[in-house]
Write a protein that binds this ligand. Structure first.
Ligand SMILES: [Fe+2]
Length: 211
């Protein structure tokens, strides 16, 4: 009798686990896709930062470096939640991307951020909400908020460069280590406006600090 109860208990636990995995299936697929996208974006912005530095756009290079770190934090968050839902991330893929001149790279970055902001993350958030996967929804929402800020800063940088100087771009950047949101010294808050992380924990980016 005890063995029957033990067997039925195991079946029940496995059923619950299977239902849980199935319940968050589309969220897991979205997390995998988002993980690859964020890793690709991080790698791409690191390359863009190097090109910008070599072309004399030192300030814009700082922004690309901060955005690269931001995307890496998004990827780390996605991976953590992916594992929590039983997903695997053995072979995250870095998609091919082009590295051109700084002005072309900046335009590509703007298009990419706009696509993520308008088309990718709203859909992923919806999927996580429909599957009642709050951790997934939070990870997607944090990343979505981050992409909105990247787009805003890239557009400002584009306007500054078109005007013939980089004075409109901040040289110093701060990255929230928890959600990846980025700030300038002018708009930094005592708590991250997205995840409430304390400012004292933010990662600073300036020429001296990023060496
Ligand atoms: Fe944050």
């Amino acid at each position: 009798m005890n063995r029957i109860i033990q067997f039925l208990s195991i079946v029940l636990v496995l059923s619950i686990y299977a239902c849980g995995s199935s319940r968050t299936k589309k969220t897991v697929e979205s997390l995998k896709s988002a993980l690859n996208n964020e890793l690709t974006a991080s790698e791409k912005y690191t390359k863009f930062a190097q090109v910008a530095m070599s072309e004399g756009f030192d300030t814009l290079s700082q922004l690309f470096s901060a955005a690269s770190k931001s995307e890496k934090i998004h990827a780390t968050n996605h991976e953590r939640i992916l594992h929590k839902y039983g997903g695997v991330s053995d072979n995250p893929e870095i998609a091919p991307f082009q590295v051109k001149t700084t002005k072309e790279n900046l335009n590509a970055a703007i298009k990419s951020e706009m696509f993520d902001m308008q088309s990718v993350y709203p859909g992923f958030i919806k999927i996580a909400e429909l599957e009642t996967a709050p951790d997934g929804a939070t990870a997607f929402t944090w990343a979505w908020s981050g992409e909105i800020r990247h787009l805003m800063y890239y557009r400002k940088a584009d306007a500054s460069i078109l005007a013939g100087n980089e004075s409109g771009i901040s040289y110093v950047w701060y990255v929230c280590p928890k959600c990846g949101n980025i700030y300038t010294p002018n708009d930094i808050k005592s708590l991250c406006e997205v995840c409430l992380e304390k400012q004292e924990n933010f990662i600073g980016f300036s020429k001296e600090e990023s060496k």
